[in-house]
Design a protein around this ligand. Structure first.
Ligand SMILES: Cc1cc2nc3c(=O)[nH]c(=O)nc-3n(C[C@H](O)[C@H](O)[C@H](O)COP(=O)(O)OP(=O)(O)OC[C@H]3O[C@@H](n4cnc5c(N)ncnc54)[C@H](O)[C@@H]3O)c2cc1C
Ligand code: SF4
Length: 344
């Protein structure tokens, strides 16, 4: 049985207290929410904080406020089960509820939080192993070693961003609020992730994620499709989030009084985003796919063009489940599915 290393456990009751504790404790300290990612990592000695600071008793982090018309604020310590079951999220942000429902298992969703999910450690077959296994290969660049076994000539770690909610948050344009003893800042989800498996977040260790701000629901729709081996539970090895925002319908009247074309009455896409997760250290926005959709109706040709752009852009490596070339091909299929889901 793998045991946790010794650590000091702190349970602050206010945000001010929490950020002071981590500020005083320095880099040897780390926040914990549900612990479904951090504690297994500590048991495998991948992360070894001396001080662990719980964020579960901070009232502001446990609230959901607002709705689709005004925008929704979700506290970072809200559990995934609460996200799945919340009636306002189900009604106004169904993509968040359905993506959260695919995460791990019901028991883990009772513990795991939205904040922990958005800050999840990156994953790799050579890293997500116990200490003895990793010692057997002389460790790797991400922790305790000096070579990357996936790309031995590389000075960069390619461990994979493996959260189901990250691509969705990037696609819909969510913002994150971070607080430390130095003050507060908002950051776009799209700019929050680094393409580096070790330094994967644009967040300092002393910053507390307080809440997630979802945009108002003014004519956009989004969907998420996840590739995994086991339907019951598994991390994504590819996730596709699709977002489209419609403008007003084009005028169907043809010039020179030549009647009307009903297809021209269909609403046009004003903005689109397709985001791939689970194949690189950061989520990937495929701008070529978005360009294939913007200004058009969501028809078969546009969907095929966007899917092709995602296939071209996806370059998964052999460090998670399934053969990487097959995962690349699945980028096309899962983009098709994600966009088809927006037509119904
Ligand atoms: C068997 C298994 C299957 C899983 N399957 C999936 C899956 O399919 N999809 C998926 O996305 N995830 C999966 N997970 C990962 C994990 O359960 C979820 O991502 C969960 O949401 C993590 O939340 P948590 O609260 O437990 O995070 P924690 O473990 O508490 O924290 C994760 C990280 O976030 C930091 N942190 C947490 N809250 C804050 C905060 N407010 N401010 C600053 N830092 C903070 C911690 O320091 C830590 O680095 C799985 C885990 C297991 C064990
Ligand atoms: S990508 Fe390379 S450095 Fe990163 S965890 Fe995997 S083997 Fe280690």
């Amino acid at each position: 049985m793998m045991r946790l290393p010794k650590f000091e456990y702190r349970t602050p009751r206010t945000i001010a207290e929490a950020v002071k504790i981590i500020g005083d404790a320095g880099p040897e300290a780390q926040f914990v929410a549900g612990g479904t990612d951090l504690y297994p990592n500590m048991k495998r000695r991948q992360q070894t904080p001396q001080t662990v600071i719980s964020v579960m008793r901070l009232p502001e982090l446990n609230q959901i406020t607002g709705e689709g018309k005004s925008g929704l604020r979700i506290g970072a310590s809200v559990t995934l089960t609460e996200i799945v079951e919340n009636p306002i999220i189900q009604r106004d942000y169904p993509v968040i509820a359905s993506a959260a429902r695919t995460i791990s298992t019901p028991i883990l969703r009772n513990m795991g939080t939205i904040g922990g999910n958005l800050l999840l450690d990156t994953r790799c077959n050579y890293y997500d192993q116990n200490y003895e296994w990793r010692k057997g290969i002389n460790f790797c660049l991400k922790k305790d070693g000096d070579v990357c076994w996936v790309a031995p000539g590389s000075s960069k770690c390619w461990a994979v961003q493996s959260s189901d909610l990250v691509p969705v948050m990037v696609a819909i344009g969510a913002k994150f609020r971070l607080v430390s003893t130095l003050g507060e800042r908002m950051i776009d989800a799209a700019g929050f992730y680094n393409d580096d498996g070790i330094d994967y977040l644009k967040k300092r260790p002393d910053e507390l994620l307080v809440d997630i701000h979802l945009p108002v629901t003014n004519g956009w729709r989004a969907s998420y499709q996840k590739l995994r081996r086991r339907g019951a539970f598994d991390f994504p090895v590819l996730g596709v989030a699709a977002y489209v925002r419609y403008g007003t319908a084009a005028n169907g009247a043809l010039p020179n009084g030549r009647g009307s074309d009903p297809s021209r009455d269909e609403p046009r896409i004003e903005d689109a985003k397709i985001v791939l997760g689970g194949i690189a250290p950061a989520p990937i926005q495929v701008s070529e796919a978005a360009q294939a959709l913007i200004g058009k109706t969501l028809n078969e040709d546009q969907i095929q063009a966007a899917a092709e752009a995602c296939y071209v852009k996806a370059r998964p490596l052999d460090n998670t489940d399934f053969v990487s070339q097959w995962r690349k091909q699945m980028a096309r299929q899962y983009t098709l599915r994600a966009l088809e889901a927006l037509r119904t």
